[in-house]
Write a protein that binds this ligand. Structure first.
Ligand SMILES: [Zn+2]
Length: 181
């Protein structure tokens, strides 16, 4: 089966970021849904559009920050990441296919880099939320979205053993000494 081609490829900090059509489409859906929700809650059209755009930017930043955390940790281990595949709403880190068998500790450090970066971003979001408490409602709601996205989805959520998460990688390392079943 032929794998899908990215609609856009960006080079960032030595990483190849491949943006797949599903990521672009679902980010648009997220943006429209967020704007629609604000309108339904009585927001102005301009405020709703700004909120929708903001949610798309915050989520993209959340994904990118999480995976740059993996990349940073991977670089520290001496076995760097190759790139990031932006697919759907939760992206994935890409490692070279011809890697040797690596010690569990290397996999564990690389897996923990993402949630660690998301935790730092959660702290930044909390500070931003506190700093904008007197600001417009759209901005306050946006900071709340940033806290939930970085804190609940990408910090705690990524550590749950859901099969495709960092939590699963860590659990597999504990059980079988390798990152995948
Ligand atoms: Zn991760």
């Amino acid at each position: 089966m032929r794998s899908a081609k990215p609609v856009l490829t960006i080079h960032l900090f030595g990483l190849e970021v491949s943006v797949m059509a599903s990521a672009a489409a679902l980010t648009m859906v997220l943006m429209v849904a967020a704007a629609g929700l604000r309108l339904m809650r009585g927001g102005s059209l301009l405020g709703a559009v700004g909120f929708g755009l903001g949610v798309a930017v915050v989520h993209t930043g959340s994904c990118l920050g999480h995976h740059l955390g993996h990349a940073f940790a991977a670089r520290l281990t001496g076995f760097p990441m190759q790139g990031i595949v932006a697919k759907d709403l939760i992206w994935r880190s890409a490692y070279p296919q011809n890697e040797p068998i690596l010690p569990s500790l290397v996999h564990a450090k690389r897996a923990l880099g993402g949630p660690a970066a998301s935790l730092v971003l959660t702290g930044v979001s909390v500070v931003a939320w506190l700093a904008t408490r007197a600001g417009p409602i759209e901005l306050r709601r946006l900071m709340l979205v940033a806290m939930i996205d970085t804190g609940v989805v990408f910090s705690l959520g990524s550590l749950l053993p859901l099969g495709f998460t960092d939590g699963s990688t860590l659990l597999n390392l504990l059980r079988w000494g390798r990152p995948e079943k």
